[in-house]
Design a protein around this ligand. Structure first.
Ligand SMILES: Nc1ncnc2c1ncn2[C@@H]1O[C@H](COP(=O)(O)OP(=O)(O)O)[C@@H](O)[C@H]1O
Ligand SMILES: [Mg+2]
Length: 308
């Protein structure tokens, strides 16, 4: 069975202008990408701000309508389901949002925030509901009494744990984590990431992990898609991408990862220089006349690159 397969996904946003607010052009936020997730793995979507990562995630979960392409989840194309059928799939796919400060309603108690998905899908008694919420709140490392508190009583890392508890309550199969630690202090980022790996095993979760930070992606992901202006420039096993990057854009991202080992610092400065040099001199090799990337080509069983 196919767990999740994205085929030729396009998401174009209309740009309106003039007196009649006519559609004058489109932003091609996602422009023909294809990739597959196997159950239990972590797939990373990486690229600089504005390259279409969030739009990809939102269209998979149905928050943004796709313009073209297929989103196959467990052998069914989600883009072709009726609203009612789609509802059933929504419990299997949950999302963790970037900003734990704005994604939790400040006027609601943790109990009501975490119980919200349950209320949409299950008819539980008040006691059952509280029990379930407290179970997940403890799973994410908070205490059962915390369900009576409000979001402002927690730190950023704790709030993100509340967001994760909310995503877990329906026992989902796929979690789309959109920059889940970008808004957090570096000191708590690692904690939340390690915690996400622990619960992945415990609850048999598959992650689509979105980040602009290639260092974090390396820590988390089995396979990776590198996005540039709505398209993939490189795709494949994490190991291939990190040890043998082929596209200049990927090389630039990798050369920018800070190396904490001082022994490697000279080597890294050297690599960064080389990559910048190559970028200046052979831009034409990697981008066509319109400045767009080429179509992906497979260069091994586990590695594809967008080269002419
Ligand atoms: N609702 C929207 N309407 C119009 N344009 C949008 C909308 N959301 C995103 N965009 C544009 O689509 C592109 C991709 O955005 P996004 O998916 O948020 O990128 P990322 O998450 O990689 O930073 C950007 O150019 C952004 O400005
Ligand atoms: Mg984003």
């Amino acid at each position: 069975m196919v767990f999740l397969k994205i085929n030729n996904l396009k998401v174009y946003y209309p740009i309106r202008g003039g007196f009649f607010r006519r559609v004058v052009d489109h932003v091609k936020a996602v422009d023909d990408i294809s990739f597959e997730l196997k159950q239990g793995e972590t797939y990373g979507l990486v690229g600089e701000s504005g390259c279409g990562k969030t739009t990809t995630g939102r269209s998979i979960i149905g928050l943004t309508k796709s313009t073209a392409g297929e989103i196959i989840f467990e052998d069914k194309d989600l883009t072709k389901l009726s609203r009612k059928d789609y509802h059933n799939y929504r419990r299997d796919i949950q999302m963790i949002f970037q900003d734990p400060y704005s994604s939790l309603n400040p006027r609601k108690r943790v109990l009501d925030i975490v119980a919200e998905p349950l209320r949409n899908f299950e008819k539980l008694t008040i006691a059952e509901e509280r029990q379930k919420v407290q179970f997940y709140i403890e799973k994410v490392g908070l205490s059962p009494e915390d369900v009576y508190k409000y979001p402002h009583e927690f730190s950023g890392g704790q709030r993100q744990r509340i967001g994760i508890a909310r995503a877990l309550t329906l026992n989902p199969k796929l979690i789309i984590a959109d920059e889940p630690v970008s808004a957090l202090d570096v000191s708590v980022q690692a904690q939340v990431l390690n915690f996400m790996q622990d619960i992945q095993k415990e609850f048999n979760l598959t992650y689509l992990f979105i980040s602009h930070d290639l260092g974090i992606i390396q820590h988390m992901c089995d396979r990776i898609g590198i996005m540039y202006r709505g398209q993939f420039v490189e795709e494949g096993a994490a190991e291939d991408i990190y040890t043998n990057p082929q596209h200049i854009y990927t090389k630039r991202l990798i050369s920018a990862i800070p190396d904490i080992n001082p022994k490697n610092r000279d080597k890294q400065v050297e690599f960064r220089k080389k990559v910048n040099e190559e970028y200046k001199n052979s831009y034409d090799k990697y981008f066509n006349a319109e400045g767009k990337v080429y179509k992906l080509k497979q260069i091994s069983n586990t590695h594809s690159v967008a080269l002419p």
